[in-house]
Design a protein. Structure first.
Length: 322
């Protein structure tokens, strides 16, 4: 009964999540384009972008993650801003912060790279290693971002911390101030992790996107080197073993996409079956809750492997799943 109630809440939230995501996407593009054109950042636009996201995440984070996974990604900078805003809100919710704090976290996530609008785009997309001078130019986006938000009248300490310290690293190898361990404020540590996770799971000019599962494993391997291990563990708990939107292979040979988490049993998410055991695209996609499978259905399905984005030619954004 509890599981049925959870799935009902998920379904009820989906239209709200779609609306919030569409609004956030439109406003994120407007915000970045305005700043690039030399206009002042609009605090009202920022608030209108992040507040509906936070409210949706508070009601049902799975619904928002599901909607996001089915939308085609825009240019990296727009998508990155939107996804970091969502991840910050969801991560903050997992950590138990109040709604006001989640709005600050989502704001910081949205704006922490806003200063890149003042950097040559060819430099940001350069596939080869940057020279020392070019690296210095790219790193200036931190001070650019800080100046842009201050000129707009955004002075909240939570947002400032995220913008200023999201490239600091646990072992002191980050920038701009080479802070270490607890010298980096908690929201800066969270922001650095979110920033790296979204970058790893995004397709870039110079490399393909990693699966969410693989990205989390990589971040965990760098625990207590680049990132504080406890914070990495919290992000892993927040996103779960098989994050929503992940492609997975089942013991039946079928291929599915993760729709929602079963927080009591993290290895048994709710999935949508996309391919048969012969790896043929199904005519009708079927939802399957790996938590509540009947005895009469033969051997229970379970996840045996995570798949890289695009495996078997699958692109969830083209399948009209949601």
């Amino acid at each position: 009964a509890e599981q049925r109630g959870f799935l009902q809440l998920l379904d009820e939230e989906l239209p709200h999540a779609r609306e919030a995501h569409t609004q956030a996407s439109t406003l994120a593009a407007k915000i970045l384009n305005d700043v690039r054109a030399g206009q002042r950042l609009s605090v009202e636009d920022v608030r209108n972008a992040v507040v509906p996201v936070v409210k949706s995440v508070l009601r049902n984070a799975d619904a928002y993650f599901w909607v996001t996974s089915l939308r085609k990604r825009d240019a990296y900078e727009y998508s990155h801003a939107i996804h970091c805003s969502l991840l910050a809100a969801a991560f903050g919710r997992h950590m138990g912060f109040t709604e006001d704090v989640l709005v600050n976290l989502a704001t910081g996530g949205l704006l922490m790279d806003v200063g890149k609008t003042e950097i040559d785009e060819t430099l940001l997309a350069k596939p080869e290693a940057l020279t020392e001078a070019e690296t210095g130019q790219v790193r200036k986006h931190v001070e650019n971002s800080l100046r842009i938000i201050e000129e707009a009248g955004i002075h909240h300490a939570d947002v400032r911390e995220m913008v200023l310290t999201h490239h600091e690293r646990h072992d002191g190898s980050g920038y701009p101030d080479r802070l270490m361990r607890n010298q980096i404020p908690l929201f800066g540590r969270m922001a650095g992790l979110i920033d790296s996770y979204d970058a790893m799971t995004s397709t870039r000019v110079f490399r393909k996107a990693a699966s969410a599962h693989h990205a989390l494993q990589q971040l965990y391997r760098h625990g207590d080197q680049l990132f504080q291990r406890e914070v990495v563990e919290q992000l892993m708990q927040c996103l779960s073993v098989y994050p929503t939107g992940s492609l997975v292979e089942l013991n039946s040979g079928e291929v599915a996409i993760v729709m929602a988490q079963n927080h009591a049993r993290r290895l048994r998410p709710r999935v949508m079956l996309l391919m048969t055991a012969d790896k043929v695209l199904r005519e009708n996609f079927i939802e399957c809750d790996l938590m509540s499978q009947g005895e009469d259905q033969g051997e229970p399905r379970e996840v045996v492997a995570t798949l890289e984005p695009g495996a078997y030619g699958l692109d969830p954004t083209e399948l009209y799943l949601g």
